[in-house]
Structures are given as C-alpha cells and as structure tokens.
Design a protein around this ligand. Structure first.
Ligand SMILES: [Zn+2]
Length: 296
C-alpha cells in the first residue's frame, strides 16, 4: 500500500477529485493531508527555479554558513518568499483537512496543524485529534517563527497519545535534538529529510529509534533521497510529495515525479515498500489501536 505522508490541501491549486484521479494513476492508496501554511503558490514556468533549488541544496550541504542565511531569509515579515511573495497563514485551518476526510474517508488522513504562538490553536488541537482520520500533529517552527521549546506541551501530548508529530524545522541550532532527547518515546518525523540540517540530523537520527524523516518536496531531489536512505536506512524514511507545491498550472500535479525518487533507489523492492507505506503505518499503529477510527 502506498501512502503519501505529506501533502497540503489547497483546492485553488488542485481539487480533491483531481488528487484522487492522480493518486489512482500512481497506485497511491492514501494521502495524509495538511492545511495550507501559505497562500496559493504556483511554481514559475521556467528552468530558473530548478537551478535555484539545486544551488540551494548545494549550499546547505556544502557551504552551510551561506545556505542557512538564504534559508532564514525565505520567511520575512509574515511572508514566504519562494516563487514570489506569499502570505504565511498564521493559524492553519484544520477544517479544510477535516472536510476533505469527511468527503473521501477511504483516501485521506490528516495531520492537525498547530501554531503554539496562537493559544486557540493549541486549545483546538485535541478536538481535531478526536476527529476521524486525524493521525498526528504538524508543526512548522520555520514558517511560524518560534523556538522548538514552544512545542513542549504539544510534544508531551503526542507522546502520551502515542501519535506522531511531523515538523518542518527552522534553522535554530541543534533544534532537531531537543524533542527526541526530552521525549524519548515521541515519534518525530522531520519533513524534507530534516531540512536544513540534513547530514548532521541524519547522524543524530540514525541512533534514535523514534526519529524519522520524509522524502517530500522540491527542496529535495532523487540524489538527496538516495543520500538520506543511505545514511538512515529504509526503515526511517517515509514517502511524501509536499504537493500541491511545485505545480505550475491549476489541477496539473504530477505524482509520478516524487514517486520516481523512491522507485529509482537501488534497494530491494520489499525495502521500498517500507518507505512507501509500511513505515508510516507502523508509526500510526498505537494511536489507531487506542482509537480505531480509520478504515485502513
Ligand atoms: Zn509541507
């Protein structure tokens, strides 16, 4: 079973019906949805973006003092500055995900997004986690601009419930160690292979039984996915797209691209099955046992 563990819902870019059509074409059984964190954001129709991403990857990996400066500058004054300027959504709307799950309960699961800087968002979190299909929590210290320590109450809640948290890290030094060191039973997935720490984070995550990464987004590439699987092994990497970002035109999302990054890995097929879905399923197992509400 192929499960995409990281995809945003923005129907001004890609409708739910079109998503399902494309999932079917690519044998993706389920997609785990996240509400949008920024305004609608299409990719520019040029090769420039491709080179910008490659340069960015090179700098983060090899000249981090410059790469990190660029990374930090991508979010400024409430705007995300990639492919133009897009307003950051400070209070992500989990109802968008709840509605999608209600409409297609067999095909969609959800991450309940939280911004700990907004107390309402934290208060509402538990009620979303009670809703059908929500399997864990999404936090975005990079986009929402807070220190990892702000996630303490949320991490403690997730550990207690046995549900995973998926985090897009900011550039805060060593922030990738903070929660796993403090909550050893907390299941953490670092988005985009642990951007922006990559190699350092992989070195740390290798010996942490509950730390995982996803393979999503145009921040990565086929060779980056190869590197992270080499570094961490196939049991710690989860397939995801981070769509609909990266698409150029309304309702034209190509699922096969990110999927080919895993398909082309030179590892046995049964190991790819873990990346494509088995790792994710084992992460949500406990939460599901306590509260069997998703038809899997
Ligand atoms: Zn994302």
């Amino acid at each position: 079973m192929i499960i995409d563990c990281h995809f945003h819902v923005d129907e001004s870019m890609l409708t739910l019906e079109k998503m399902i059509e494309e999932m079917d074409k690519n044998n993706v059984s389920k997609t785990v949805l996240i509400p949008p964190m920024n305004e609608t954001m299409f990719d520019t129709d040029s090769n420039v973006q491709h080179y910008v991403h490659s340069l960015f990857r090179f700098l983060i990996l090899n000249v981090p003092q410059i790469g990190f400066k660029i990374y930090v500058s991508l979010v400024e004054d409430g705007y995300f500055k990639v492919n133009g300027k897009h307003k950051v959504i400070t209070k992500p709307d989990n109802d968008i995900v709840a509605d999608a799950i209600n409409k297609f309960p067999e095909r969609f699961l959800g991450w309940a997004a939280v911004n700990p800087l907004i107390s309402e968002s934290v208060e509402e979190l538990e009620s979303y986690l009670e809703r059908p299909g929500f399997i864990g929590v999404k936090a975005h210290p990079f986009m929402h601009g807070y220190t990892i320590k702000k996630l303490n109450p949320i991490a403690s809640l997730c550990q207690e419930k046995g549900i995973p948290i998926i985090i897009h890290l900011s550039s805060e030094p060593y922030s990738y160690k903070y929660l796993p060191d403090k909550y050893p039973n907390l299941k953490v997935i670092y988005a985009h292979a642990g951007l922006p720490f990559w190699k350092k984070l992989w070195k740390y995550a290798k010996d942490q039984p509950n730390v995982f990464v996803d393979s999503s987004s145009d921040y990565l590439s086929a060779s980056m996915v190869e590197k992270v699987v080499d570094a961490l092994g196939y049991r710690k990497v989860l397939y995801g797209c981070d769509g609909p970002y990266g698409m150029k035109r309304f309702n034209e999302y190509d699922y096969s691209h990110k999927k080919s990054w895993v398909d082309s890995l030179e590892i046995p097929e049964h190991q790819k099955e873990y990346i494509f879905g088995k790792n994710f399923l084992s992460l949500i197992e406990k939460g599901q046992r306590d509260r069997p509400l998703v038809p899997l």
